[in-house]
Design a protein around this ligand. Structure first.
Ligand SMILES: Cc1cc2nc3c(=O)[nH]c(=O)nc-3n(C[C@H](O)[C@H](O)[C@H](O)COP(=O)(O)OP(=O)(O)OC[C@H]3O[C@@H](n4cnc5c(N)ncnc54)[C@H](O)[C@@H]3O)c2cc1C
Length: 375
């Protein structure tokens, strides 16, 4: 039983309930409030703090490495690849427009892609690809995106690397601080955030949607947004969204770390960046693709050992370090790489399947969702 006071405050019918307080849910609420400051919004998340990918990622503020975009172009065609790049690039611009660099530790310091010695990349082919993609991306980014950077390999101290290509326009941020800033902004504009609430069933009755959860009475709203990304199958079993676990580690401080920025390897299956003078490394999902399709947020020795091996043989050969943090998070992927933005009924909407790109995509998708849901 709930008290009349609880009923009239926390359980009061809302205009919009958002399920999931990851970047998609938070940016959607941000733009909904911007469009209509008086709108009543509740965001629910089953975590005591948000426990999706948004607070467990690597914090790359990126829109695609050279080989990632070329592979995307092969799979989805030039126009679709470019529209995804544009969404990511505009998303990064939006983050910078709303929050200061200092608030979210954002730095557009540039990134790199590494090409290993055991893969036969000819310098001429790389140069051709760089010129080709720079030309394609120019109308979106207005600048030169990629430049060859082989001359940095030695200074960076990498081993078993033949080529390096720099992306001049990417960088990194602190996903925890971005989440907190978004939450603070939303709460100060009147958005109610309820943590520890797991939505189990969504029922539509007339013009109301009722949400059953672990709370003693259902929450109700006129419209609902499902923004649970990799967990979508648990609420929407028919959608093409599979959980994909991403595992990460962070080293102890490295004496005189000779590089700074974001780094991609093997079409993004490995990624690392500096975190001050520490190294954050994630990936290696490709060595256990099936096993990593899991909702579990444990780490495994198979992947963690592979990551450590990569540190010792490629990134930090000969350097002393220990591993200080390990964790994993859940991405949402499917047959296609594009996000699923859908009106499931006039009252229920979803925005899921971020395919490991949600930091940059979420502001643009949030704005789209706000338009769709208030049309
Ligand atoms: C290890 C790792 C590294 C990554 N690195 C990067 C990167 O560097 N750059 C980048 O752009 N992207 C990266 N990503 C991807 C990016 O983090 C995601 O695409 C993005 O955060 C997804 O945001 P979201 O809001 O859609 O989902 P999430 O952040 O996953 O949020 C979904 C929320 O829904 C909640 N939820 C789920 N089910 C329910 C329910 N039934 N009831 C209530 N709440 C529920 C969860 O608790 C969760 O908080 C990475 C992801 C991982 C895992």
């Amino acid at each position: 039983m709930v008290s009349v006071w609880e009923k009239e405050t926390f359980y009061a019918p809302q205009d919009i309930i958002i399920i999931g307080s990851g970047f998609v849910g938070l940016w959607s609420a941000f733009y909904l409030k911007k469009r209509n400051p008086g709108i009543k919004i509740t965001i629910v998340d089953r975590g005591i703090v948000p426990t999706g990918a948004s607070t467990r990622n690597a914090g790359f503020a990126c829109f695609g490495s050279l080989t990632e975009l070329l592979a995307d172009e092969q799979k989805m065609g030039t126009d679709n690849m470019l529209s995804l790049v544009e969404m990511r690039y505009r998303g990064l611009e939006k983050i910078r427009a709303v929050f200061s660099k200092k608030q979210i530790d954002m730095e557009m310091c540039g990134g790199y892609e590494l090409f290993p010695t055991d893969e036969d990349f000819l310098e001429e082919d790389l140069m051709e690809q760089i010129t080709y993609l720079n030309h394609l991306l120019k109308p979106i980014v207005k600048k030169k995106t990629y430049t060859p950077a082989d001359k940095s390999i030695r200074g960076f101290g990498f081993s078993n690397i033949n080529h390096l290509v720099r992306n001049n326009l990417e960088g990194y941020l602190h996903p925890g601080r971005l989440t907190r800033k978004l939450l603070q902004t939303l709460q100060s504009s009147g958005v109610q955030v309820l943590n520890g609430v797991e939505i189990k069933k969504i029922t539509e009755a007339g013009s109301q949607v009722s949400l059953e959860s672990n709370l003693p009475v259902p929450l109700t709203a006129t419209r609902v947004l499902i923004g649970v990304n990799g967990f979508a199958k648990q609420l929407l079993p028919d959608l093409d969204v599979e959980p994909a676990r991403g595992q990460v580690l962070v080293t102890s401080p490295i004496k005189k770390l000779p590089w700074k920025g974001t780094f991609h390897y093997q079409q993004g299956f490995y990624y690392f960046r500096n975190l001050g003078d520490r190294v954050l490394l994630g990936g290696a999902r490709n060595i256990a693709i099936e096993a990593e399709h899991t909702f579990s947020q444990e780490t495994t020795s198979l992947i963690q050992d592979e990551l450590e091996n990569f540190l010792r043989t490629v990134i930090l050969p000969g350097k002393q370090f220990t591993i200080e943090h390990r964790w994993s998070g859940t991405m949402g992927i499917g047959q296609e790489k594009t996000p699923i933005i859908r009106e499931l009924s006039p009252s229920v909407f979803c925005c899921v399947r971020m395919s490991g790109m949600g930091v940059a995509l979420a502001p643009v998708l949030g704005e789209k969702m706000a338009k769709m849901m208030t049309a």
